[in-house]
Design a protein around this ligand. Structure first.
Ligand SMILES: NC(=O)CC(=O)C(=O)O
Length: 310
């Protein structure tokens, strides 16, 4: 039966509830990986970076957008894996599951091309400390842009858009997921904040045209608007590939401040997140409680239509 539209039920509340996270302070690792054409090498390489970060005390690992394959419409169908089938049908997520279990860490598994029936998606899998798949986010907003002479890309040539926002409770807090172009849509971040997210994670591969202008700006905007942490992770730059990634993986704090960032080479950034800072910032600057719901409202359509939504 169609849900009847009741804006008052879906309206984003004026004061945002922040759930108590299982841990307040922990280390996050952003693995800015180089990506090659050999998928087996990419999987082994990612595993090594994850294990090295875990050895350094990281409890949450974030990987880049499309880390097991080159970022191109020609590659997506070739490298795509059937995540739901698992096992040999998805060696990339099998590795993520095994390493999250063996190291007892949470992994936001960047993204890989996913095959489901006759469709392809750009999908991010989240694994808990027991190796279980906690959530799968399919990129909601496909990257279809045309800046003449600079950057033209049409993900919709091969990919299908996901249909749902993804927010997930993990052992390191409540995390809202977006993939790359999803970061441009502030309503998605606002919905996550309204559902009590502590952290937004965006695996992303901006490019040499939009990266310098927008990448950091958008992360800081999402963090400052929502007063929470924002983490991004890009592939390292490969000047010889058809799509050249901007790099610059970054962690931003709830005041919109850059806590750690890098250039474009392969590296792993490790930084501390302290969720107690979120409440402090919201007390200093209480605009979440000062919204004019009588003048404008944000509607959480997913929440309205789903019985189990947070
Ligand atoms: N690659 C993307 O999905 C997004 C991007 O590069 C941009 O928004 O710019």
């Amino acid at each position: 039966m169609e849900a009847s539209f009741k804006p008052e039920e879906a309206r984003v509340p004026a004061a945002l509830p922040l759930p108590t996270p299982p841990v307040t302070k922990f280390k996050i690792a952003l693995c800015q990986l180089s990506v090659a054409t050999d998928k087996e090498r990419n999987i082994a390489h990612a595993q090594q970076a994850i294990e090295d970060a875990a050895d350094k005390g990281a409890q949450l690992i974030l990987l880049p957008e499309i880390w097991n394959s080159p970022y191109s419409n020609d590659s997506f169908p070739v490298y795509a894996e059937d995540i739901d089938a698992g096992g040999d049908a998805s060696p990339s997520t099998r590795m993520l599951s095994e390493v999250s279990r063996s190291r007892k860490i949470t992994i936001i598994g960047g993204s890989i091309p996913e095959r489901s029936g006759d469709k392809l998606y750009n999908s991010c899998c989240v694994f808990g400390t027991d190796g279980k798949l906690l959530a799968k986010h399919r990129k909601i907003h496909l990257f279809d842009i045309d800046i003449p002479g600079k950057m033209t890309f049409k993900e919709s040539r091969t990919l299908t858009a996901g249909e749902r926002p993804t927010i997930v409770d993990t052992e390191v807090g409540r995390i809202g997921i977006g993939i790359c172009y999803d970061i441009r849509f502030q309503e998605l971040a606002a919905i996550y904040a309204a559902r009590g997210a502590h952290l937004l994670c965006y695996p992303g591969a901006f490019n040499m045209t939009t990266g310098p202008l927008h990448w950091e700006l958008l992360q800081r905007a999402r963090a400052a608007d929502c007063q929470l942490y924002v983490a991004t992770c890009s592939p390292a730059r490969d000047g010889g590939s058809s799509y050249v990634a901007w790099g610059h993986s970054t962690l931003v704090g709830p005041f919109g401040e850059v806590l750690v960032t890098t250039e474009h080479e392969e590296t792993t950034l490790i930084a501390e997140i302290d969720y107690s800072v979120i409440e402090q910032r919201r007390t200093y600057l209480p605009f979440q409680k000062q919204r004019r719901g009588d003048l404008y409202q944000l509607v959480d359509v997913d929440r309205l239509n789903s019985t189990g939504a947070k």
